[in-house]
Design a protein around this ligand. Structure first.
Ligand SMILES: Cc1ncc(COP(=O)(O)O)c(C=O)c1O
Length: 430
């Protein structure tokens, strides 16, 4: 049975548009095809919308819901904390208990700083880098995303004229003068920039796996090369592990690729869906927040989100979690590849642990330009066909798998993708 229309969601959207800009809480959600959906709740890997349709969820709240919806251990931990209060504006032991779990998972990290969102974590990481080096500028890679703030929302997506610069109207244009954009993998250019005497570069920021633009793994030796040149030039190396942290391995990219940066930004998976972020890394850098580098935030380290994080990290620490992620990620990716071949559709599938990327119309995805070349118009049509058949997926082709997705869910999903692709092709070719 396919879903023909979503009348309750349409009515809800009409209502929310009267009180919220675009009827949504973050701009990207308004772009959802065919229109934003509204949900009444979720359980495990499934979400149920206001019309009563149930979907296998591969959006997972854009990443955080790594244990699935309503995970019993996570729910119990948060429920135990709720009657004790939401925030104290002072210390409590969960702050350290959960920080100790983070430090134990990520080799080479010595301190944790709690924050609320990935964007804030990137902002404070940049400030720390500037504070400890006394330098102003930073290197960022094309297509990498480090949040929506003025300094960071640069070089993420080309504008209507194909230029890669500021990401938003109203953004301070001076932010452009602080950044040099480089291609992910181009170690020679990074080295040349960092070694030039007047570069004034405080930090190199990267998504160690370029999840936001194609789920592209770092070329062999690239992260180690960044580590080496940053050490040699006294530049702060920052891995933005907001997506990869606790997801692609127990210690994120650090344990998967064996390279420890100076600072790591964390969010999303760390608290299973609750709003928590962190910077983890060198004590001598993070401790500067006690000596002149300001980091503030009313909700930093509040006990509700830390209860959630403690339970999430415990659940992710269960034996077999990352083996299951890898197996299910691979099964989904292999299933997609077989479907593309069967239907004669050109496309590529990338997969790192439980993160999978399907791109139509490109034969290989080695870099940001390949990602941009993909046939997103066709993919938008495929998304709607999948939604009609009970798969809730992200625009752009990235898929997240949670611990709640079973092998049977993945097998069902592959069958649905197959039917959906056939239906999309029947409407018109890629
Ligand atoms: C790699 C990366 N860094 C930073 C952010 C910003 O995090 P937040 O949305 O919590 O501000 C995101 C969000 O998607 C992200 O994917």
């Amino acid at each position: 049975m396919t879903i023909a229309a979503w009348p309750a969601s349409e009515r809800a959207w009409e209502r929310t548009k009267a009180s919220l800009a675009g009827g949504v809480s973050t701009g990207l959600r308004a772009s959802m095809k065919p229109h934003p959906l509204f949900f009444r709740g979720g359980s495990g890997p499934r979400l149920t919308d206001l019309d009563g349709n149930t979907y296998l969820d591969y959006v997972l709240g854009w990443g955080p819901v790594i244990l699935g919806h309503g995970h019993p251990g996570l729910t119990a931990a948060v429920s135990r904390q709720l009657p004790l209060g939401a925030t104290y504006g002072s210390g409590h032991l969960l702050e350290a208990e959960v920080a100790e779990k983070v430090l134990a998972r990520i080799p080479g990290t010595e301190r944790v700083l709690w924050s609320n969102t990935g964007s804030e974590a990137a902002q404070v990481a940049l400030r720390l880098a500037r504070g400890v080096t006394g330098r102003r500028r930073f290197i960022k890679f094309r297509g990498h995303y480090h949040g929506w703030t003025d300094p960071m929302l640069i070089g993420y997506r080309p504008d209507a004229h194909g230029n890669l610069g500021l990401g938003s109207q109203g953004q301070n244009p001076n932010a452009l003068t602080d950044v040099t954009l480089v291609d992910f993998g181009d170690l020679d250019t990074v080295t040349e920039l960092l070694k030039s005497p007047d570069a004034d570069i405080a930090a190199v920021f990267c998504e160690p796996v370029l999840c936001n633009s194609g789920v592209i793994e770092p070329p062999p030796g690239f992260l180690a090369g960044l580590r080496e040149v940053c050490t040699a030039t006294g530049t702060v190396l920052v891995f933005d592990e907001v997506i990869t942290g606790f997801r692609i391995d127990s210690g994120g990219a650090v344990t998967r690729y064996g390279v420890t940066p100076d600072l790591i930004t964390l969010a999303k998976a760390i608290a299973g869906g609750y709003p928590l972020a962190a910077v983890a890394g060198r004590a001598d850098i993070i401790d500067r927040t006690t000596r002149g580098i300001v980091h503030a935030g009313t909700y930093n380290g509040n006990p509700v989100v830390l209860a959630a994080a403690g339970a999430t990290l415990d659940a992710l620490g269960e034996p077999g979690v990352y083996e299951d992620f890898e197996r299910r990620g691979r099964a989904l990716a292999d299933g997609m590849r077989a479907i593309l071949a069967r239907h004669g559709v050109t496309g590529t599938v990338s997969q790192v642990g439980p993160v999978v990327q399907l791109l139509i119309g490109v034969e290989r995805v080695a870099g940001f330009d390949d990602f941009l070349a993909a046939d997103q118009a066709f993919y938008d049509r495929l998304i709607v066909q999948m939604l009609r058949r009970g798969l809730f997926t992200l625009p752009g082709g990235r898929w997240y798998i949670s611990t709640a997705h079973t092998d049977a869910d993945i097998a069902e999903t592959i069958t649905i993708i197959d039917e959906s692709l056939a239906a999309t092709l029947a409407e018109g070719p890629a």
